[in-house]
Design a binder for this molecule. Structure first.
Ligand code: PGA
Length: 235
């Protein structure tokens, strides 16, 4: 299983340090070999000494070395911390920050060319899902326009927009249906995200084509993230 936590706009630099230290101790103590990703805020990035299966990444970056892009960071700032993992295409960036597919593709290609591990997010809105699986798949495939789905350091996260931050995950059958459709064309690991928590992790990880989870709100406290990992591994 892959366990990823996206802090979004949460947690301080001080708490992130404590969080990552506790996570590291938990992983070492329990001899956990699964891959674990942490995406903190920019201001909490640092040099963390971690076992190779725990990777810290950036939630976003502009596809440049450096330059005049107010409010953004580029490769120079990421390299300073030796980070090689990035989240691209999250629905909050697509919808709230109005990021276009064109810009997303630019980011994808830029970081792919530099060998980054990319967690690429896709997800459909409720009204599209309500039209049925064919509409949902058409929408989801359009979010792969311009994206190299064969990139060897790619992980895809399916996150239905209507299940994000609502406390109500998509139903097991619905996730199953979408992931198996994705699996027909996509060979890289597939994650599910959208209200994953310690009480539903086992059900989610029992889905055939689900290789892991991308978790937001239920993972912002280290105790809860460790609980999710513990239950996920048990399942
Ligand atoms: P959530 O967020 O776990 O709070 O639903 C998931 C995500 O946006 O990655």
């Amino acid at each position: 299983m892959i366990f990823a936590t996206n802090f979004k706009t949460n947690n301080t630099r001080a708490y992130t340090k404590e969080y990552i230290q506790t996570l590291k101790e938990f992983v070492l103590k329990n001899d956990i070999k699964d891959d674990i990703f942490v995406f903190p805020t920019f201001t909490s990035l640092d040099m963390f000494e971690l076992p190779s299966n725990i990777r810290v990444g950036v939630q976003n970056a502009y596809p440049v070395q450096n330059g005049s892009y107010t409010g953004e960071i580029g490769l120079e700032q990421i390299d300073e911390f030796g980070l090689k993992t990035i989240l691209i295409g999250h629905s909050e960036r697509r919808v709230i920050l109005k990021e276009s597919q064109e810009l997303i593709v630019e980011k994808f290609n830029y970081f792919k060319e530099r060998g980054f591990e990319i967690i690429y997010c896709i997800g459909e809105p409720k009204e599209i899902r309500d039209e049925g699986v064919d509409s949902a798949m058409e929408y989801l495939w359009s979010e792969f326009d311009g994206i190299d789905i064969e990139y060897e350091k790619l992980i895809v996260a399916y996150e239905p927009i209507w299940a994000i931050g609502t406390g109500v995950s998509a139903k097991k059958e619905d996730i199953d249906e979408i992931l198996s459709n994705l699996r027909a064309k996509i060979k890289v690991p597939l994650l599910y995200g959208g209200s994953v928590k310690s009480s539903n992790i086992q059900e989610i990880e029992s889905i055939k084509d689900c290789d892991g989870v991308l978790v937001g709100s239920a993972s912002w406290k280290i105790e809860s993230f460790c609980e999710i990992i513990k239950n996920g591994i048990k399942g």
